[in-house]
Design a binder for this molecule. Structure first.
Ligand code: 13P
Ligand code: SF4
Length: 341
């Protein structure tokens, strides 16, 4: 059985890609179209290096949602996965939001079907529902507060100690928060297949080869990887750790696209991607993030498609827990305590 499924390539897109003039200067065209359409290009750290380099803003999920909520561009070109572009549309409904490849899904999103999750939340009506931003807009409508890996700890710690909690869909991030904060949570059993691929055995072998190299891990990793980490945090927090570290060599247990920013900010250091079971880390490349290419970015700017469309009732309902997240994130203006609806 496949580890995950990716939608078959869209025939129109295939034809459009084939029709691109091989002599076209794609970089120059992207820059020109960006001005013509008053567009902003937002990219996640897991995108290909050339996409990160042409983006107006590169960030983690929280930074990107803040940018999407505050941009004055007319067109948001989201180089990331679909749930991220959906967040941009939820927070900026008057903008056109496009994603270079609509097949860019996420296994965490897929692991949480809305009908099943609705039954689960209804079976626990006294629980507040916290959902990781890596979920569909429908799951967001069933949630009280959304969190990202960079604000989850802060938000959970701010909730009353006796408030019962459901955490979905990532069992690893939920388990990490639960252990770190000493707080019981009912965990939905979803996972990111990319972060689940790291091999503890291979990581230990690597650590023996590089005893002075600190390990930085994303909390989407299973506990047997987190146990070996010197630093656990979101992509932006891992980048900060790497910048500030005095070590010459660091081991990185997250999607290897992030290493591009590390090489830019700390060119004197060496970064080793944590290995998968076969001893190399190529299996840890996110296949969904990798669907976006410069050619697809050019096409989606040119055609302003494929566009994110959400029905308004879903968008409005999903906006509520997302706005709560923004209000409760570190650095936000103080708000009244959040009570379960
Ligand atoms: P952050 O960038 O928010 O750490 O999340 C990583 C991720 O899950 C992207 O898929
Ligand atoms: Fe989803 Fe994992 Fe890919 Fe992030 S790295 S988009 S959580 S599948």
């Amino acid at each position: 059985m496949d580890r995950f499924t990716i939608a078959a390539p869209n025939a129109d897109m295939e034809a459009n890609l084939k029709a691109i003039d091989p002599l076209l200067d794609i970089v120059a065209e992207i820059k020109r179209l960006k001005v013509e359409h008053n567009a902003v290009i937002l990219a996640h750290y897991y995108q290909a290096s050339e996409i990160q380099d042409i983006a107006d803003f590169v960030g983690d999920s929280l930074d990107l949602s803040r940018k999407a909520a505050s941009t004055d561009a007319d067109l948001i070109v989201f180089c990331g996965v679909r749930f991220m572009a959906e967040v941009a549309k939820i927070l900026s409904p008057e903008k056109t939001v496009v994603l270079p490849d609509m097949a860019a899904g996420c296994t965490l999103e897929d692991s949480c079907p809305p009908e099943d999750f609705k039954k689960f939340t209804e079976a626990h009506p006294d629980h507040m529902v916290l959902s990781y931003i890596n979920c569909s807009a429908e799951i967001k409508t069933l949630s009280d507060i959304i969190v990202t890996s960079s604000n989850a700890e802060h938000i959970v710690a701010s909730l009353p100690a006796d408030q019962k909690l459901i955490f979905a869909p990532d069992r690893h991030l939920g388990g990490y928060l639960s252990r770190k904060l000493g707080r019981d949570m009912l965990l939905w059993q979803g996972a990111c297949i990319v972060h689940e691929m790291f091999s503890e055995k291979e990581l230990i072998k690597l650590k023996i080869e590089h005893p002075d190299a600190p390990i930085a891990a994303h909390p989407e990793c299973p506990d047997h990887i987190i146990q070996h980490a010197d630093h656990v945090g979101s992509t932006s927090s891992i980048l900060k750790f790497v910048r500030e570290s005095e070590a010459n060599t660091l081991i990185i247990a997250t999607e290897p696209g992030i290493i591009h920013q590390m090489e830019k900010s700390s060119p004197e250091k060496t970064f080793i991607g944590a290995p998968g079971a076969d001893g190399n880390c190529s299996c840890n490349t996110c296949p969904f993030m990798a669907l976006n290419t410069m050619e697809k970015l050019y096409l989606c700017l040119r055609d302003q498609a494929p566009e994110i469309a959400l029905d308004e009732a879903t968008r409005v309902a999903a906006e509520v827990p997302l706005r709560k997240m923004l209000a409760l994130s570190p650095g936000a203006a103080p708000t009244a305590p959040i009570a379960k609806a």
